[in-house]
Ligand binder design. Structure first.
Ligand SMILES: [Zn+2]
Length: 220
């Protein structure tokens, strides 16, 4: 099930108060329209009913896709200690209490991310039928190559549209670029590393699969 609460926020535009919805957990099998919002980046945008001012929000939220067998914890505040807390909680439970280890045996993936942008990226990757670990490894190889060429990259996101798959690059100087993803190359990553990578967070804990993880995992 999904769980949500409502809190009052003050509009930074007109200074009036209004109520916003916070999803403590969002089950996208039950609320599929929320999945679309996550994918198009509007899930965590709130709009003031008085003046139309839009603001981006970040808060702790558990994403659950039953059909796709994925759970993702969005942990925007004090990531490391929150993640530790969550994992202490789920590993301390008996199987029948929460079912994380049981779900892991059924092929569930558990991930932790820092914000809704990272959640968005995961959902897009999985909806394309790709493995996020292989995507991050591909990303890491590209990151190392571009960094060696002197580029100062702040953040990279996977994206898919009609033209295919690509990485969107956010550079430190504010510029944005994109690099096409070669599907044959992706397949090689998935074949060579994807399935066998230790650190697959399917062992009953929420794990971090991101660029930093991939840079550590790549054989050098
Ligand atoms: Zn307003």
């Amino acid at each position: 099930m999904s769980k949500k609460t409502h809190i009052n926020v003050k509009c930074p535009g007109c200074k009036k108060e209004y109520e916003m919805t916070m999803w403590q957990s969002v089950n996208v099998d039950l609320d599929p329209s929320e999945k679309e919002k996550i994918k198009n980046g509007t899930f965590n945008i709130v709009e003031c009913p008085f003046c139309g001012h839009k603001a981006k929000t970040e808060y702790t939220c558990l994403y659950h896709d039953m059909k796709g067998k994925k759970q993702v914890y969005v942990l925007p505040d004090d990531f490391d200690s929150q993640l530790k807390e969550v994992n202490t909680f789920v590993t301390g439970l008996k199987t029948d209490e929460f079912g994380v280890s049981q779900l892991a045996n059924e092929g569930y993936s558990f991930r932790a991310v820092h914000d809704f942008n990272e959640l968005r990226e995961k959902v897009i990757i999985w909806d394309e039928g790709l493995d996020d670990r292989a995507v991050e490894l591909y990303k890491a190889v590209m990151y190392e190559h571009l960094t060696e060429e002197g580029n100062d990259i702040r953040k990279i996101f996977f994206f898919a549209d009609k033209s295919g798959y690509f990485f969107v690059l956010f550079m430190s100087d504010g510029k944005v670029g994109r690099v096409a993803i070669d599907k044959a190359m992706y397949d090689r990553f998935e074949k060579e590393y994807g399935k066998s990578i230790a650190g697959n967070a399917g062992n009953g804990r929420f794990g971090v699969i991101d660029l930093a993880w991939a840079l550590k995992t790549l054989p050098h």
